[in-house]
Design a protein around this ligand. Structure first.
Ligand SMILES: Nc1ncnc2c1ncn2[C@@H]1O[C@H](COP(=O)(O)OP(=O)(O)OP(=O)(O)O)[C@@H](O)[C@H]1O
Length: 250
């Protein structure tokens, strides 16, 4: 590495992955996401998007190839995996998979407390993460009393509290009403983190990410400015991607 040059937040090199039943879900994926970029990961059902995301924090290990997060190679030893899981914050589609404690503040504190933070430092982390998603006033409420959109924001806060290198969001706009969808976009746009967003919501990709990548059949088949991808009707059709009726990408 050249001194003073920051490594990319994410560097995926030649990743091939075969599930134990022999099904090859990734066929040599290359993807680099520089620090601070926001990238949408698009593709039809079964393209391999979830499989790729599960490689980013070591839940799956490539059959071939490497994944590097902020210069750290994702390995299988415990210390490396723990650091990789701090660096890669994955917000799953269902917030209820990530919220399991009696209060919002406890859920947000859980990760940093596991890293060893205590007292004022821990409180500051929780305050900062809740403020970033506009949920400070709900800190003492039970997560299951919140609306779905609020729970999704708290799920984002649980990950932000770890100070991740990269925030990975799986379908962040799903099941949100139009106002909650817009509010979440405003929050995500303001976060000072690298973002990788898996989505079928093409307008959301355009709104948030300058760059989009299409994965299909376990291969990256396009990597271009989102506006170029969304105006290429043939490309969209070939990969079963559809804009909402009446939506015209600017
Ligand atoms: N545990 C598994 N064992 C065998 N094959 C699997 C397993 N999980 C996923 N697959 C296969 O791997 C391929 C990629 O699946 P994956 O879930 O990564 O796609 P995806 O792009 O995330 O799809 P979606 O948009 O529907 O979430 C699919 O063909 C799927 O059937």
């Amino acid at each position: 590495m050249i001194p003073g040059v920051q490594p990319p937040s994410l560097d995926v090199r030649g990743v091939r992955y075969a599930y134990p039943d022999g099904h090859v879900a990734l066929h040599g994926v290359d993807l680099t996401v520089p620090r601070g970029d926001r990238v949408a990961l698009l593709g039809p059902n079964g393209a391999g998007k979830t499989t790729l995301v599960l490689h980013l924090n070591g839940i799956l290990t490539p059959t071939e190839g490497t994944v590097t997060v902020g210069g750290l190679a994702v390995g299988t030893d415990r210390a490396t995996l723990a650091e990789v899981r701090r660096r890669v914050g994955i917000v799953f589609q269902d917030p209820d998979d990530q919220l399991f404690l009696p209060t919002v503040a406890e859920d947000v504190a859980f990760g940093p407390a596991n890293l060893g933070l205590r007292g004022a430092e821990l409180t500051a982390r929780v305050d900062e993460a809740l403020a970033a998603v506009g949920m400070s006033e709900h800190r003492d409420r039970a997560p299951h009393h919140l609306s779905f959109g609020q729970r999704r924001r708290v799920a984002v806060a649980t990950v932000l509290a770890m100070h991740p290198e990269i925030l990975v969001l799986d379908e962040p706009s799903s099941n949100l009403d139009p106002a909650a969808r817009r509010e979440l976009a405003e929050i995500l746009r303001g976060l000072p983190v690298t973002l990788l967003m898996v989505t079928h919501d093409l307008p959301y990709a355009l709104e948030l990410c300058d760059r989009s990548v299409i994965l299909d059949g376990g291969r990256i088949v396009a990597d271009a400015p989102t506006s170029d991808i969304l105006t290429d009707e043939t490309l969209l059709k070939t990969h079963r991607l559809e804009l909402p009726y009446g939506f015209t990408p600017r």
